[in-house]
Design a protein around this ligand. Sequence first.
Ligand code: UD1
Ligand code: CA
Length: 456
Amino acid sequence: MKSRYAIILAAGQGTRMKSKLHKVLHPILEQPMIRYVINALKPASVNELVTVVGHGAEEVKAEIGDESSFVLQEEQLGTAHAVMQAEALLNEKKGTTIVVCGDTPLITSETYEQLFAHHESLQSKATILTTDMDNPTGYGRVLRSENMEVERIVEHKDATDAEKNVKEINTGTYCFDNEALFAALKQVDNNNAQGEYYLPDVIEILKAQGEKVAAFKTDDETETIGINDRVALANAGKVMKNRLNEQHLRNGVTIEDPDHTYIGPNVVIEQDVIIEPGTMITGETTIGAGTFIGANCEIANCIIGKDNVIRQSVVKNSKIGNKTNVGPFAHIRPDTSVGDRARIGNFVETKKSDIGADTKVSHLSYIGDAQLGKDINVGCGTVTVNFDGNEKHQTTIEDEAFIGCNTNLIAPITIGKGALVAAGSTIYNDVPEDALAIARSKQSSKEGYARKILDK
Ligand code: UD1
Ligand code: CA
């Protein structure tokens, strides 16, 4: 196989997004769009990947990390000028260079591979990835001769009315013979409606030199959406959501209403998981077989085991065992680990805590910076008082302890194994194993007083 190189164009400002965030960092299902492009290019095994950065260069580089080399386009003078910046790294290399826009995140690995294969088999100097669009407004149009050979590309803003009627568009993705590309770029000028150096002009230049140029047309127009504004971003989000949901459905996951269920690209879901509407599952999340995720849950970066029931809850950066119940209305904050057959009930918030197997925190509690052992019952309204205004402190509750309702556990504190804390206590000294701790004021009942007060 010939050597392969890739250039991703990501220097433009993205003015039409009307955003402080650089365009290619706008997320789709909580993953920046440029990451989809990088990931889709991976199977093509390019020898070198170069990303052209400009606006938001530091942020874009931080997102991509060491998966690409970078060149800086200081002034955004157009897509041809952007590609030219990669010359220092790729000039004189022999092989095929794919140029991809950072704002077309839906193109799949399969399509990239088909484009490479088409280009390599035809041995053309340039092959454009094109598609027919029902509404091609805004895209460059592919103009062909009478015998259907590709002649050139005209930008929407430069097109005549007749040219605007052409449905076949330039997706902004091309394969080039690397040396021919950099030679032709030197001839591109900026005599056009936008005063920019257009990469598509390379096609006409190569053609004029008698070189072979070609097109590979894909029939899925949704794949090639270029995201220039938030309308396109929303449309691309829908397409990606449907594509991912369909994969899960085919893998044996029940998604009751795929139109209203949002699952990120790095989520792994086992068979017989049921997901109700309004739920969003993102980040690096795994969900084990047989787990039920009820309506309106928000789950991100979690490892969730098998046969759990999670209802109407927010669960972030945490671990849930197997056969555990969460919610409704629980808030599992980062670094929580919940064991098997446990229960985190309504209006319970947890953070940086381990909660052992068979332990139940069923109602209205806050568990933060705490280590809870096995088989513990935490009564309604228990609070780990973890913050003294300056520092956070740890609470430890050992196996089989029973914490009565409405208890404050002032950390740092340890409740020993099998200990019993009476309801309404404010506990500030460690409680030994098997001890009963009561820390509440004594009750007094004054006979007949109620009537006296109420009858006044
Ligand atoms: C471009 C194509 C158009 C095609 C469309 C497909 C040109 C002139 N036009 O138009 O034919 O139909 O994509 O979506 O190429 N960029 C830079 N530096 C620059 C300018 C742009 O890095 O100086 C980057 C942008 O960040 C973006 C990509 O190149 O990722 C495309 O630029 P954009 O301005 O979005 O081009 P379109 O108008 O969409
Ligand atoms: Ca674009």
